[in-house]
Design a protein around this ligand. Structure first.
Ligand SMILES: Cc1cc2nc3c(=O)[nH]c(=O)nc-3n(C[C@H](O)[C@H](O)[C@H](O)COP(=O)(O)O)c2cc1C
Ligand code: SF4
Length: 413
C-alpha cells in the first residue's frame, strides 16, 4: 500500500468512525474574545482545518476556569461560553460533517500567568511557585472539568482530551515531584488516583458511551521530578508510572492517547524541537510505539512531532528524504504498528489543507513548516498566533511585537 492509501484510510476511535489518519494537534492561539469565546480568527483557523480534511481535530487547550490561565485571551469553557461554543461547532460541522472534534480541557496551575490571573500549584516548583492549592480547591477544579465535559457534550463535540501534558495542572499532580502528603500527592497510588477519579467523574457526568475520552500525555516531562522520572528529584527517566497510567485509563474507558514529551517551561525542545534538532522526532516515535505495545489493539495511539519531516526536503540526515518525508514516515509508522494516527501541530498552521492536498494529488502545493518557532514567540508574547512564514498578517504582527518588546531571547513560558 502506498502512503496515500494508508494515511487516508479510516479508523475507529471508540464507537466513532474517523475518516482518515490525520490528527490536528491542539494549538493554542491566544485569539479568543474577552469572554473566552471563539473570535473571527478562531473561526478562520478551525474552518480551514475542517476544509483541509483532518479526520480528528483537537480543539486547543481550552481552560475550565478563567481564574487561573496561561493566556490572556485563551478559549474558555464555562456555562457563559456554552452558546458561543454551540454556534462554533455547528458552523464547523456545516463546513465538513465528517471531521471529528475533541476539546482539550485544561487548567494551567503553575503555568498560569500572574499578570492577569492567579498562579497556583500543588508544590512550588523552582522558578515558578504559586499559591498552594487546598484539597477543596482541587476538588472544585475537578468539578469544573466535569462541568466543562458536559458543556463539550452539549455543544456537539465528539469527546474530550483530558490534558496531562507539557507541565499544566494535570502533569503537575501526577508527577513524582508532587510528593507532599495530601489526597493526590505522595505515592503513585495517590497521584494516579487524580487521573482515575477525574476520568470516572467525567464519565459519570456525561453518561454517554459514545463520547470519546482520551488524553494527551507527556510520557516524559524532561526535568528532574517531572512525569516519567524515577523520583521527586531524579533526573532519570522511568516509564513505570506513565505506562501504568495509560493502562489504568484504558481499563476505565479511554479510547485514545496522544503521545507527547516535554514541558512548556523547562523542556520545550522535547515538546516541539527547534530547527536544528529535527531528529528529536524519532524520540516521539519511540514513545508512541511503547504506548501502542502496552495498550489494546483497538485503543488509538496518535504520534506527535511530525512537522520536522516536511516534504521531500528536510534536515534529517542519513536517510533518503523520500523515506523520511512526513507522509512516508507517517505511513511507515502506521503500517508497522507503532501508532494509528499522525499528529500535525506546526504543520497544521503552515498548511491546514495538508490532508486535502494529499487526497487531491496536490502534494507539490503544500507549504511545509520550517520550525522557525516564530508562532511560538507570538504565543509567549500573548499575541494571536498563526504561521508567520506563510501568513502575512501574522508576519506583520511579529514585526510589531518585536518593535514593542524586542526579540524573545528565551523560548519558554
Ligand atoms: C504555538 C503553539 C501552541 C501549542 N498549543 C498546544 C496546546 O494547546 N495543547 C497541546 O497539547 N500542545 C500544544 N502545542 C504543542 C503541539 O500540539 C505539538 O505537540 C508540538 O508542536 C509538536 O508537534 P509538531 O512537530 O507537529 O509541531 C503547541 C505548539 C505551538 C507551537
Ligand atoms: S511560524 Fe514557523 S514554526 Fe510556526 S508554523 Fe510557521 S513555519 Fe512552522
Amino acid at each position: 500500500m502506498g502512503y496515500k492509501e494508508t494515511l487516508l484510510s479510516p479508523i475507529k476511535i471508540g464507537n466513532k468512525e474517523c475518516v482518515n489518519r490525520f490528527f490536528a494537534q491542539p494549538m493554542e492561539c491566544v485569539d479568543s474574545d474577552e469572554e473566552g469565546n471563539p473570535s473571527d480568527l478562531t473561526y478562520q483557523r478551525y474552518e480551514n482545518l475542517y476544509k483541509g480534511g483532518f479526520g480528528l481535530v483537537d480543539l486547543e487547550a481550552i481552560t475550565v476556569t478563567n481564574e487561573s490561565r496561561a493566556r490572556k485571551t485563551q478559549l474558555e469553557i464555562m456555562p457563559r461560553n456554552e452558546k458561543a461554543l454551540e454556534r462554533f461547532i455547528r458552523k464547523l460541522k456545516e463546513v465538513n460533517p465528517h471531521t471529528l472534534i475533541v476539546f482539550q480541557l485544561t487548567h494551567s496551575g503553575e503555568i498560569s500567568e500572574p499578570d492577569f490571573s492567579r498562579r497556583v500549584c500543588v508544590k512550588p516548583m523552582y522558578g515558578l511557585g504559586g499559591d498552594l492549592l487546598s484539597e477543596e480547591e482541587v476538588e472544585h477544579i475537578m468539578d469544573q472539568f466535569v462541568l466543562a465535559s458536559k458543556i463539550a457534550q452539549a455543544v456537539g463535540a465528539d469527546g474530550i482530551d483530558m490534558k496531562l501534558c507539557h507541565g499544566y495542572l494535570g502533569s503537575q499532580i501526577i508527577r513524582p515531584f508532587n510528593d507532599r502528603d495530601w489526597k493526590y500527592g505522595g505515592s503513585w497510588e495517590r497521584r494516579s488516583a487524580f487521573a482515575y477519579d477525574l476520568m470516572e467523574r467525567i464519565q459519570k457526568g456525561v453518561n454517554d458511551k459514545d463520547f470519546l475520552i482520551g488524553s494527551k500525555m507527556s510520557m516524559w516531562e524532561g526535568h528532574p521530578g517531572g512525569f516519567g522520572s524515577a523520583g521527586p528529584e531524579s533526573p532519570l527517566m522511568d516509564m513505570t508510572e506513565p505506562l501504568d497510567l495509560i493502562k489504568g485509563l484504558e481499563e476505565r474507558g479511554a479510547s485514545y492517547f496522544i503521545e507527547s514529551l516535554g514541558n512548556v517551561h523547562s523542556a520545550m525542545n522535547y515538546m516541539e524541537a527547534l530547527k536544528d534538532a529535527p531528529e528529536l522526532s524519532y524520540l516521539h516515535i519511540y514513545f508512541a510505539n511503547m504506548m501502542k505495545k502496552v495498550l489494546k489493539p483497538e485503543t488509538v495511539v496518535i504520534g506527535s512531532h511530525f512537522s520536522p519531516f516536511r516534504g521531500k526536503k528536510n534536515k534529517l540526515l542519513s536517510v533518503d528524504p523520500e523515506k523520511s518525508s512526513l507522509f512516508a514516515m507517517g505511513a511507515h509508522c502506521i503500517e508497522e504498528g507503532m501508532m494509528d494516527m499522525v499528529g500535525l501541530g506546526r504543520q497544521s498552521f503552515a498548511d491546514p489543507f495538508t490532508p486535502a492536498k494529499l487526497a487531491e494529488g496536490r502534494e507539490d502545493e503544500i507549504h511545509y513548516c520550517t520550525q522557525c518557532m516564530n508562532c511560538e514567540e507570538l504565543m509567549i508574547r500573548q499575541q494571536p498566533v498563526g504561521c508567520v512564514a506563510y501568513n502575512r498578517p501574522y508576519a506583520q504582527r511579529l514585526v510589531e511585537t518585536r518593535k514593542k518588546y524586542g526579540k524573545l531571547t528565551e523560548l519558554h513560558t
